[in-house]
Design a protein around this ligand. Structure first.
Ligand code: HEC
Length: 149
């Protein structure tokens, strides 16, 4: 005991000072950890993706939705993206695509900062809730697993 532990304590206190900066750096990484503790529901996720009210994904993307006649061709096929990206990478793209491309046309579905021209009643709101993001991620991950079977 004694002096040997002083540097460690000192280091920890320095770390806690820079922690906020650290968190910001992490949030720009290409993977995002689950937003909720409860698992996503792929059935609800599919409904969100296909919905013309909430997800609107098929405005731009195509995917394995035989019942949907009109699907977008502005963006990668969701089945192909799910095959290439991990759950954390898929989540990161949903949360905020502008992290990967500042000119991304895809909306940020779970971002509350740096939004411009937001009507006061929508301030602090996200397009999808944390649980809805998890549902969509579960659906996309599931797509990939079905294909492997
Ligand atoms: C307004 C058009 C638009 C909408 C709506 C949209 N996206 Fe996208 N999305 C894009 C475009 C374009 C890209 C390609 C990268 C970029 O420019 O943002 C993309 C990229 C992605 C990627 C990464 C693809 C890859 O292979 O790298 C995923 C995953 C994704 N979108 C999922 C979704 C889901 C799920 C929804 C609905 C909740 C959605 N997107 C809604 C346009 C859209």
């Amino acid at each position: 005991m004694g002096m040997r532990y002083v540097p460690a304590v000192f280091l920890l206190s320095i770390l806690s000072l820079i922690a906020p900066v650290n968190a910001q750096v992490l949030s720009r990484e290409s993977q995002v950890e689950p937003l909720t503790t409860s698992a996503g529901d792929p059935v609800r996720g599919r409904a969100i993706v296909a919905s013309r009210q909430t997800g609107l994904c098929l405005l731009c993307h195509s995917g394995p939705f035989p019942e949907e006649r009109f699907q977008g061709n502005l963006a990668p096929d969701l089945g192909e993206s799910a095959a290439r990206l991990s759950a954390g990478q898929l989540r990161a793209r949903l949360v905020d695509p502008s992290r990967f491309d500042p000119d991304a046309i895809m909306p940020a579905y779970y971002r509350t900062e740096n939004l411009h021209r937001v009507a006061p009643k929508f301030l602090g709101q996200t397009i999808l809730s944390a649980q809805e993001i998890e549902d969509v991620v579960a659906f996309l991950v599931n797509l990939n697993q079905q294909k492997l079977q």
